[in-house]
Design a protein around this ligand. Structure first.
Ligand SMILES: Cc1ncc(COP(=O)(O)O)c(C=O)c1O
Length: 457
């Protein structure tokens, strides 16, 4: 047996890990629901906030976790316990999940904190294998963030289609914060003061209110671009469900129609699943929309804990095009394997899986709240653990005030889209139940009543 395996399987080491997990369970008993801040921590918390705000700048929420939690509950450094229904914008599987803590303890016993392209640990091999098998694509490359996945995906498309200079994407798309990603993201505020480094042509996204017309219009616009710039597109970048753009959900006929034009023009299909991976009714959203035979490149992140691109053989880049010092941390790689295995083996997907059931339950609760408080919430949207609704008319400032009131009341949410703005949930899917949704609904109701009382809104 290798020394590492001897060390890890050593009875004393295993007993130590078991003891830690027992103590975790013991302390988790103290978390029974949302609770307000505790005066005992007020001074320490204010000092922490003052320090971070002076060196980093203002925080969106006065949120600093203590490092402890239970399922969707997180203990904050001010002693409060909050329901986390945004999961770090889609990242957290759950808080202090014993399975993840066990895998992190395993990871902590390794020789290095970070793994990299030059030197990786044997434990990363099953992750590569899992991702390739689950996606049906040929190759995988781990990247250090979601946006580096976008960059790498674009680079392999550009090399494949060289000397193409442009890309296609959808209106209202979001793809991250590098210069190239900011050039693509369809939001002027996110590229204020930046040069446009990549020419992008935008096709309108699917409009579920006018399905037929929407498909016709987008196909016409796409064909127009392809005619105007023949052989000049490296790829079309898809978000199948636009997150930041407002939880806009596409449709299979829409994507199939767009993809058919792209295939005809030999333009690679790149699907950015940084936000949708592990959050819809299939592991990959492209599987939910039945696009597995169409996709050429996909990037994933957030829920997968590691970020990666997966691509077909014909797009394999020449040596030197893509590389990075870090593939990811040992802890993230071990957690990724656990989450992927759990998602694939425990009834999360399909029409009756956990994703669909929680979504149905949440939307049912939202509909009954809409009946109880007419003209307050509407336009429920999203798939699986991505859920959104419109507050009043979807005014940005009002929505912002609302989520801050929810935060004060113990529920962490975020917003998406602009004009209208949506209230946005990304559930910590690893350990969430209907009872947590019930508790969140009470806070939502209370917060709606409070915002209705606000004099300036
Ligand atoms: C669709 C999409 N692409 C790319 C990114 C960028 O990911 P990261 O913030 O990890 O760089 C995001 C982040 O929200 C995203 O939603």
């Amino acid at each position: 047996m290798l020394l590492f395996d001897q060390f890890f399987n050593d009875n004393d080491v295993q007993d130590a890990i078991d003891i830690i997990l027992k103590r975790l369970e013991f302390y988790q008993h103290n978390i029974e629901g949302v609770k307000p801040a505790n005066k005992d921590f007020e001074t320490d918390f204010s000092n922490l906030m003052r320090t971070i705000e002076s060196v980093k700048g203002p925080l969106f929420y006065p949120y600093l976790s203590s490092g402890f939690g239970k399922g969707p509950y997180v203990e904050c450094a001010d002693g409060s316990v909050k329901l986390d229904f945004i999961s770090g914008i889609g990242v957290h599987w759950s808080h202090s999940d014993p399975r993840i803590i066990r895998s992190s303890l395993h990871a902590a016993l390794h020789d290095c904190v970070m793994q990299g392209n030059l030197q990786q640990h044997q434990g990363s091999v099953p992750l590569y294998e899992l991702l390739v098998k689950a996606s049906g694509l040929d190759h995988v490359f781990l990247t250090s963030s979601g946006v580096m996945g976008v960059e790498n995906a674009l680079k392999i498309c550009f090399q494949y289609k060289s000397p193409a200079k442009r890309i296609l994407s959808f209106s209202n798309c979001f793809c991250g914060r590098t210069l190239a990603a900011a050039s693509i993201t369809d939001k002027p505020q996110y590229r204020e003061g930046l040069p446009i480094v990549l020419p992008v042509d935008y096709v309108p996204f699917y409009d579920p209110k006018n399905p037929k017309e929407s498909i016709q219009r987008s196909v016409e616009i796409l064909k127009g671009y392809i005619k105007r710039y023949p052989n000049d597109y490296a790829c079309m970048k898809f978000e199948l469900i636009q997150g930041e753009g407002g939880f806009n959900v596409g449709s299979k006929p829409f994507f199939k129609a767009i993809i058919s034009c792209l295939k005809e023009a030999n333009i690679p299909v790149y699907i950015d699943e940084t936000q949708t991976f592990g959050r819809t009714t299939e592991l990959f959203a492209f599987q939910m929309f039945d696009l597995q035979d169409d996709v050429d490149v996909v990037s994933i992140g957030k829920m997968s804990q590691v970020c990666a691109i997966l691509y077909r053989k014909h797009l394999k880049p020449k040596p030197g095009l893509i590389s990075q010092t870090f593939t990811s941390s040992t802890t993230a790689i071990e957690a990724a394997k656990l989450i992927l295995t759990e998602l694939q083996s425990n009834n999360y997907f399909g029409k009756k899986g956990k994703m669909a059931t929680l979504n149905d339950y949440f939307c049912k609760k939202l509909r009954s709240l809409a009946k109880k408080l007419p003209k307050t919430i509407s336009d429920f949207r999203g798939v699986g653990s991505m859920i959104g609704f419109k507050l009043f008319q979807g005014d940005y400032q009002q929505s912002l005030s609302f989520i801050k009131i929810c935060y004060k009341n113990g529920l962490i949410l975020f917003i998406a889209g602009n004009n209208p703005t949506y209230i946005r949930f990304l559930l910590p899917i690893g350990d969430i139940d209907q009872c947590h949704i019930d508790e969140a609904m009470l806070i939502i109701e209370k917060s709606i009543l409070e915002i209705k009382e606000e004099p300036n809104l």
